[in-house]
Ligand binder design. Structure first.
Ligand SMILES: Nc1ncnc2c1ncn2[C@@H]1O[C@H](COP(=O)(O)OP(=O)(O)OP(=O)(O)O)[C@@H](O)[C@H]1O
Length: 257
């Protein structure tokens, strides 16, 4: 479904990605791990068209998306969440989701100004879909609260809801468990598996919490200094000497378990 081939990305003298090759098969949850500064977020940014790689190419389904713009890539069906939560903090939970739907609007500006039938019908549809998503994520009761007042774990969930509003085929999650307590993390694991099935998603996941990666990912890519140093199942990755070495000095990444 997604293929990165020979992707190299330089920032001035820094080689953030060096000849990166990643294959994401449809319907899978794939993990992307690596020590700090390894290049994980840069992988997301080249996929999403925020950066154009210096070398290599990226294919999504049957299209070359290497030089496509971010909005074109979104329309093709790739959506993301951010490492640093990006919500409209002063808006309600519900409005945060409704706004996310507006990337898909079919009515014209004139329809909106006139508030005609087409506009009202479409807005009603978005409201219904937004409410459905909030129910799935257990956030419906909080729909009228301001986003900034949600506990951290729920703000992260709301980010995922917003990313789903565009009906993506491929969802890129950037550290979804960051800042979550163990109970929230456990819920998140179940939720990611659930939405993958429910919405027919393929998921590429950056995560530092090894329990999340090892429990829900079917395959894992390990980046170190911008290079893919290993690829395999969770069990293979846990045992891989290069991976263990790369993580030495990085503190407790749960590899002992
Ligand atoms: N826009 C940029 N300009 C210059 N250097 C950058 C830029 N983006 C990333 N880098 C550099 O590229 C390297 C990879 O960074 P990246 O953020 O992709 O790592 P990461 O694996 O996501 O790290 P972390 O786990 O800390 O989020 C780092 O050396 C970083 O400083």
């Amino acid at each position: 479904m997604l293929k990165l081939k020979g992707v190299t990305m330089n920032f001035g003298g820094i080689i953030a990605l060096n000849n990166v090759e990643i294959d994401v098969d449809e319907g899978k949850i794939i993990g992307l791990i690596g020590p700090n500064g390894a290049g994980k977020t840069t992988v997301f940014n080249v996929i999403l068209g925020l950066y154009t790689p210096n070398r290599g190419y990226i294919r999504f389904e049957n299209s070359d998306i290497t030089n496509k713009k971010t909005y074109q890539i979104a329309v093709m069906g790739i959506s993301r969440t951010f490492q640093n939560i990006r919500l409209f903090r002063e808006l309600t939970v519900l409005d945060n989701v409704r706004i996310a739907f507006h990337k898909n609007v079919k009515y014209s500006l004139l329809d909106a100004i006139l508030r005609n039938k087409k506009f009202i019908k479409e807005e009603e549809e978005y409201l219904k879909k937004a409410e459905e998503l909030l129910k799935i994520f257990g956030l419906y009761e909080k729909r009228n609260e301001l986003a900034k007042n949600l506990p951290y774990g729920e703000q992260r969930k709301l980010e995922i809801v917003r990313a789903l509003a565009t009906s993506p085929k491929l969802l890129l999650l950037d550290e979804p468990a960051a800042g979550m307590n163990p109970q929230e993390t456990q819920e998140l694991k179940n939720l990611i598996k659930f939405i993958k099935e429910k919405f027919n998603l393929t998921i590429l996941l950056i995560e530092h919490d090894m329990s999340v990666v090892m429990d829900i990912c079917e395959r894992i890519y390990v980046l170190d200094y911008g290079e893919v140093i290993a690829e395999g199942t969770p069990v293979e990755i846990k045992r891989n000497p290069r991976v263990i070495k790369a993580y030495l000095g990085e503190g407790d990444f749960g590899f002992a378990s």
